[in-house]
Design a protein around this ligand. Structure first.
Ligand code: B12
Length: 291
């Protein structure tokens, strides 16, 4: 089970030509494909993930040998080495979430969320405060200053808040353009798409939010059923890219596919939304409501 990708499919999903794949396998042992009875190579999701991380490291300037050693030893650590686009911010409270994660301070966390969400537009809360705060939190976690539990404690509260705001918005006008939003199979970094969905709904669009980790078949059947004007996904980490490629290829004939997340540039055939979920949602709402 799981060894389902032929060499040409693996090449498509990873963006690595099949000749290079063979070289990486033979020279560096990055992955060891299975063989069919007819001696064709077969790859699984883990192999595809390693290859896509290896490719990004090589694209970022690593030698193939260095990249391979890193990926073989610790694929998660290798992934964390990849450059990520950071949005600039002027908000002086971007350290609050990380501070709350350090000492599990419930009242301080509730206060930080309430104050940050009040008195300004949702898109500005998302782009100027929330996203940069999560990046600071992630760095603190990586340096060991925040525990896994502390990180979960804070992101669960953020998730609840986004869901609550989403739910409290007035009903959408009937006939408003529909947009379906969610993440591909295996992809669990949901806060970017959820923030985007919240802002889009606040700006009058009909949003069907599907959440994280949705299998390919479910994407296809839902889009056939709802016939939305557009579908929005994200590729927050490099390991999401192969599954996102699968979904976007399958949906492209059916609707317009738009993509956010740090690794959106690795996927072709989509409309790229950039790195500010709030601003991107406002601009998509404007486009769909006037056409
Ligand atoms: C919270 C969190 C989690 C939570 C997510 C909870 C949830 N419900 O979403 C949980 C615990 C599930 C998790 C799991 C993992 N995580 Co994590 N996580 C984070 C953390 C701290 C915040 C992520 C987040 O929400 N950021 C906010 C979003 C909005 O920011 P962003 O993803 O950088 O996106 C940018 C843009 O592309 C844009 N954007 C994002 N989405 C969208 C969508 C649209 C439509 C648009 C327009 C724009 C847009 O906004 C951002 C600004 O540039 C980050 C740290 C960080 N630097 O982000 C790590 C991080 C993303 N995680 C990481 C890792 C490695 C993992 C795990 C593999 C850990 C493990 N070994 O289990 C798993 C993988 C899970 C999976 N299969 O997907 C790494 C990724 C490394 C890399 N280079 O890709 C990070 C960067 C931490 C690190 N430095 O090591 N994680």
């Amino acid at each position: 089970v799981g060894w389902v990708y032929t060499v040409s499919r693996a090449a498509e999903l990873t963006g690595v030509p099949s000749g290079t794949l063979r070289k990486w396998e033979q020279r560096y042992g990055v992955v060891v494909p299975r063989r069919t009875p007819g001696n064709y190579r077969l790859y699984d999701d883990e192999a595809v993930r390693r290859l896509v991380v290896m490719r990004s490291l090589v694209d970022a300037g690593w030698s193939a040998q260095e990249a391979a050693r890193y990926v073989v030893e610790d694929a998660d650590a290798a992934e964390a080495e990849l450059p990520r686009p950071d949005a600039p911010t002027t908000d002086d409270r971007v350290g609050e979430l990380a501070a709350c994660a350090r000492d599990f301070d419930v009242p301080r966390l509730e206060r930080a969320l309430s104050e940050s969400f009040s008195g300004r537009e949702l898109e500005d809360v998302v782009d100027d405060w929330l996203v940069p705060s999560l990046v600071v939190l992630g760095r603190a976690w990586q340096r060991g200053e925040v525990s896994v539990a502390g990180e979960h404690f804070v992101t669960a509260a953020v998730h609840r808040r986004l869901a609550h705001v989403f739910q409290s918005l007035p009903p959408t006008a009937s006939g408003a353009p529909r947009v379906v939003i969610g993440l591909a199979r295996g992809s669990r970094h949901e806060l970017g798409v959820l923030s985007f969905a919240m802002v889009l709904r606040a700006h009058g669009l009909a949003v069907t939010y599907l959440g994280a980790d949705l299998p390919l078949e479910a994407w296809i059947s839902t889009v056939r059923l709802l016939e939305p004007r557009a579908v929005v996904l994200a590729a927050p980490t490099i390991e999401d890219v192969p599954a996102v490629r699968e979904v976007t290829e399958a949906l492209a004939p059916l609707t317009t596919v738009l993509l956010g997340g740090a690794h959106q540039d690795e996927v072709s055939g989509v409309v790229r939304l950039g790195h500010l979920p709030g601003a991107a949602a406002v601009s998509l709402a404007g486009r769909l409501l006037t056409t």
